[in-house]
Design a binder for this molecule. Sequence first.
Ligand SMILES: Cc1cc2nc3c(=O)[nH]c(=O)nc-3n(C[C@H](O)[C@H](O)[C@H](O)COP(=O)(O)OP(=O)(O)OC[C@H]3O[C@@H](n4cnc5c(N)ncnc54)[C@H](O)[C@@H]3O)c2cc1C
Length: 441
Amino acid sequence: MNAVRIQVVLRSGVHNSIRAFGTTSVTNDIHRCKVLVVGGGAGGCSVAAKLSSKLGQGKVIILEPSERHYYQPMFTLIGGGIKSLEDSFRPMSKVLPALAKWLKDSAAKFEPEKNTVLTANGDKIEYEFLLVAMGLQLNYDKIPGLVDALAIPKGKVCSNYSPKYVNRTFEALKAFRTGNAIFTFPNSPVKCPGAPQKILYIAEHYMRKSKKRQNANMVYNTSLPVLFGVKHYADALWKVVEGRNIKVNLRTTLVEVYPERNQALFQNLDKPEETFTTDYEFLHVTPPMSAPDVLKSCEPLVTETGFVDVNKDTLQHVRFENVFAIGDCSASPNSKTAASVAAQSQVVYKNMVSVMNGHKPTRVFDGYASCPLVTGYNSCILAEFDYNLNPLETFPVDQSKERYSMFLMKKDVMPPLYWHLLLNGLWNGPGLARKLMHFKL
Ligand SMILES: Cc1cc2nc3c(=O)[nH]c(=O)nc-3n(C[C@H](O)[C@H](O)[C@H](O)COP(=O)(O)OP(=O)(O)OC[C@H]3O[C@@H](n4cnc5c(N)ncnc54)[C@H](O)[C@@H]3O)c2cc1C
């Protein structure tokens, strides 16, 4: 069949490529931009804000399919009944920078050799520079029985990790009467590696407050060989679990859920032949996660595990000089947190501008990550550390101690910091505050 292609250049800079096949016609748009940002989450939004105010109107396109932007760190508090789901999101249109153009569509194929991205709706975007900021993919379907269990109304299985399920957690806590309350950490990279145990501590405190603690056998089954990756905080957390009679099983992963009989199958990762089935009255699941499938399928762009293959210092792609990554989808070996995104945002922005001006990228990311380890309804250990898992603390106090002040910071200070400063490209992490507080200026 003969295809006739007519190119029409529209005022907006969109090129409409109309293909007429016999009687039917398909219209695909071609968009051109200086910078394409794929993903309008924490990382995409903050760097797009910086870049679009530098480059001006319409130079940056943000490719993002969601109507809502969620402040995901709040999910932990929603699970504990401290905040509501409505507190945790804003319309995407309100948080993306006004100077950038929002394309409400998703990336379907990356073609880094051609500097193009194809979208799910069949559009093509041609870019000079690309920032990949797609976050992590939640793989609930990798655990047989889990999706069915999460579909049971007022069920015993819950998960803080998705806005679809987060409201179930507090409901299940309220409904708890007696039995095993089990919390899991999967055998995969996760966003905010502290979050699977934050809800454990909040739940344990909830059980005490509601006089149900004596009926609850609290268990934390984690795939990791340690309670937390940074020894300074792990030592403090071991005291918390021992003091509160919480059973921790290391190297133990969830394999299957049997919702019809309220049981779950676990495996010992060091001795895979060793499995055990346990009853649950409450089961909080942190799902397995991975790089998004669309990234994994673009080999030149990613590492073996599917994360964007960037230099861990500059966050520039190791092969494509005009490609950068930020946040959870990057292969940089930091803990995947919004706090890291803040610290990365200025490094990515400055390095992208350097490369645009024909220079080498010189800004270096130190691997900063922060995890406010909420240990109940009025206490929190504020973990902050670098690539080498050395503490990198902002405040001149021992942050491994449980403190009410840190809980208030997590609950009341961090959300406005995120909405008003980080997303507008005005918060680059606490590096400067840290220097000031430690008199290093
Ligand atoms: C329960 C929980 C607790 C957490 N607690 C904390 C905490 O206390 N402190 C902390 O610092 N961090 C915490 N985090 C982690 C933090 O939320 C993430 O690290 C952060 O949001 C990562 O930002 P990002 O931009 O990489 O990804 P996201 O913010 O997840 O954004 C990714 C964006 O990409 C979009 N996208 C996906 N696929 C496509 C596609 N094909 N095309 C286009 N766009 C696409 C998505 O719609 C999304 O908007 C927590 C997360 C959770 C879930």
